[in-house]
Design a protein around this ligand. Sequence first.
Ligand code: NCD
Ligand code: ZN
Ligand code: ZN
Length: 345
Amino acid sequence: MRSLTFRRPDDWHVHFRDSVMMKAVVPYTARAFGRAIVMPNLTPPVTTAAMAADYRQRIMACVPEGVAFTPLMTCYLTDHTDAKDLIAGHKAGIFTAAKLYPAHATTNSAHGVTSVDHIMPVLEAMAEAGMPLLTHGEVTRAEVDIFDREARFAEEILAPLLQRVPKLRVVMEHITTQEGADLVLAHKDRMGATITPQHLLYNRNALFQGGLRPHMYCLPVLKRERHQLALRKAATSGEACYFLGTDTAPHLRHLKEADCGCAGVFSAPVAVAAYLQVFAEENALDRFEAFASLNGPAFYGLAPNDERVTYVERPARIAEEIEVDGAGRLVSLFAGTAAPWSQTV
Ligand code: NCD
Ligand code: ZN
Ligand code: ZN
C-alpha cells in the first residue's frame, strides 16, 4: 500500500455559500486544507471589504473546534467596484484577491463585469498594489459554442489584458483546455492556474455516461479527452504556475437533478484523494506536494503550511448523500463509491 506524507495542502478555489449550506460544507474543506480562497458569488455578492470581513466571521463560526483553518477572502468585481475600498481592503488584509466574473458566465454572476473596459482603473490599481485578479475565463456571447468559450476568453480577453496592464498578476481559475494551460505557462512569471479534480479525472463523455449525469455538470463544462490529457500533463509537470483549486461548488441535489440544473461539482469531502489518484496514475506522486502545497502559496506570496499530513492508498467508502439541515441533500464526487486514498489521523 503506497503512502504519501506532505505539507498540509491549501485549496485556492472554493465556494462555501452561506447559512445552513455553509455549515454543512465548511468542515470538509477545513479538515483537509490549511487555507482556502473563498469565492464571493453569494446572493448578494461580496463586493465590499465590510461584507468580506462579516462573511469571514460567519465562515470561522463553522470551522470545527480544534481545526486550524484560514479562509482567504475575495471581492466580487462589478462595473461599479470602488477601487479605493478594494485596495484599502487588500492593504488591511481582508481581501487576498478580486474575482472577475464575466456577467452571466456562471452561478450568481448576474452582477458581474460586462466588459473589462469598464474596470480598467480598478485593474490598474490592483496591478500597482500587487493584488491578484482571479478570472472565470469564459466569454459569454450566446453564439459562441460552449466548448469554445474558455479558449476564446484566453485569446480575446486575457491575452490583450495582459498586454494592456503589464504588471497585473492573474489566475485563470479552473482551466479546462490546452489553450488555457498554454496561456498561463507562457506568462508564468505573473500568472497562475487552478485545476479541479473533475477536469483531471474526466472528460465530456462522463456527462453522458449511460444517461445524463447532472452531478458531473460544472462550468467551465468538461471538455474532450485531448484537453483532459493536457491538464493532467500540466498539473503533474512540476511547473509552479499550476496549483490545486477544487472549485468545490455545492448545490442541493434537487437543484442539480432538475429541468435546468445548477452547475457545480461538490468535491470537498474527497478532493485530496481524487488528486492523489490522478498523480498516482501519472506516476507523479513525487510532484504532488508542489501542486497541492507549495505552488499556490508561492504565487500568493505566502509561506507553505508547516504541518505534515499523510495519506495512504486505502479505499474509503463515500456516503451517497450529505444532509444540509432543513434544506435538502448534497451528492459529492465519488458518492456511493470509494475514494481511492484516505488520510491517516
Ligand atoms: C460555481 C458555483 O456553483 O458557484 N459553479 C461551477 O460550475 N464551477 C461557479 C464557478 O466557479 O464558475
Ligand atoms: Zn468559475
Ligand atoms: Zn468556482
